[in-house]
Design a protein around this ligand. Structure first.
Ligand SMILES: NCc1[nH]cc(CCC(=O)O)c1CC(=O)O
Length: 357
């Protein structure tokens, strides 16, 4: 196995395992390792002023304003301000994210603002957050997950099966690319970067026959009518955390963590933590085509994942069901299943493709 993959596999299981073991199973509220998964009661004190760091894309602003409104409802007396920031991920638009350093590019400036005391919290799309929360920071809450599915957006075609051979599909996600190329080898995938508005503009200019976007983002921007078809998990398994927003804070602010805890959605948090443990085991970046998606019904978690080569020619798939409080064990089982299908070779292939680029 690739040495990086090997060490990361071990690490993920141990850390996630620690988290679950620390958690009380008799109903007492207890904040675990770096990410809290249970929702405590509303704290007795209330914040006087909160500054929310956010990227300035329309989606990021919507998400920050959503959190602002939720907090305002909880703490009517509190002054809540937004601090808009540009990240390197917003600036570098001419290269695939997988080639310029991945997810951290969208969150670093916001994290620095919190560590410097210029902001109290940052609101992120959880999908864009690296699997390792940097030292000094923690996830304080995962909000209730919205639609996790990918969506087909096109001015010409209503479904993926309508697309003719040679049609150009826009996506810069290696996960979406691998899923599409495996199922529709006659389609051409071309990179598509930029925020949602930019991507939609490029589609409307005629650069692509269709593009794939997250349904949640389109709905948040008030553009559900742009969705021509939903890609069900069987067609395009979502990426870890897709559709969920997260709140990040400095880890030396327990009172702030308590103020934000009522926004945590327990079931969504259980699902995305399991997904992120799988993603982390395989490097947790956007450099490899990786999907991890959990649903929870009646306390039963159904966790699915795949690791693929970028062209979709090799795909390792795994699936497990179990108690939703056993996310750590379920993700470890998924990782084992993927390894048994030679995920390490797939991963090594991705990394060597990456080296050549
Ligand atoms: N990678 C960018 C990104 N980050 C979060 C979303 C959508 C909203 C979400 O998944 O919560 C998107 C757009 C997309 O993938 O189409």
């Amino acid at each position: 196995m690739h040495p990086i993959a090997q060490s990361q596999l071990g690490l993920a299981v141990i850390k996630f395992g620690t988290k679950i073991c620390n958690k009380s199973r008799i109903g007492l509220v207890c904040v675990t390792w770096k990410e809290s998964v249970l929702t405590p009661m509303l704290p007795k004190s209330a914040p006087k002023k909160l500054i929310i760091a956010t990227r300035e894309s329309r989606l990021a602003m919507w998400q920050a304003e959503h959190v602002q409104a939720r907090l305002q409802a909880l703490y009517p007396e509190c002054v809540i301000e937004l601090l808009g920031m540009t990240t390197r991920g917003d600036q570098i638009l001419d290269r695939a994210l997988s080639k310029v350093g991945g997810k951290g590019l969208f969150v670093k400036e916001l994290e620095t603002a919190m560590l410097d005391g210029r902001a109290d919290l940052a609101v992120h799309s959880l999908k864009d957050m690296p699997m390792d929360v940097p030292v000094g920071l923690q996830l304080a809450a995962v909000l209730e997950r919205a639609d996790p599915r990918d969506a087909l957006v096109s001015n010409l075609y209503a479904t993926l099966t309508d697309l003719p051979a040679g049609a150009v599909i826009g996506t810069s996600s290696l996960r979406r690319q691998a899923a599409l190329m495996a199922a529709y080898p006659h389609l051409l995938i071309k990179p598509l970067r930029g925020n949602l508005d930019t991507r939609l503009r490029k589609l409307d200019q005629g650069d692509y026959a269709a593009i794939i976007l997250a349904a949640a983002g389109l709905k948040r921007l008030g553009l559900p009518e742009r969705i021509r078809a939903y890609l069900e998990p069987e067609q395009s398994l979502p990426s870890a955390g897709q559709g969920a927003m997260a709140i990040e804070i400095a880890d030396n602010r327990p009172e702030l963590a308590a103020w934000l805890a009522p926004l945590n959605h327990h079931v969504s948090a259980l699902a995305v933590h399991a997904e992120r443990a799988v993603s982390k085991a395989f490097g947790g970046s956007c450099q490899i085509p990786l999907a991890a998606y959990a649903t929870i019904t009646d306390d039963v978690m159904h966790l699915r994942a795949f690791v693929a080569t970028p062209d979709g020619s090799k795909i390792a798939r795994a699936e497990v069901c179990g108690n939703s409080l056993d996310g750590a064990q379920l993700s470890a089982q998924i990782i084992d299943q993927l390894q048994a299908q030679d995920a390490a070779t797939i991963l090594a292939q991705c990394l060597s493709v990456e080296d050549k680029n």
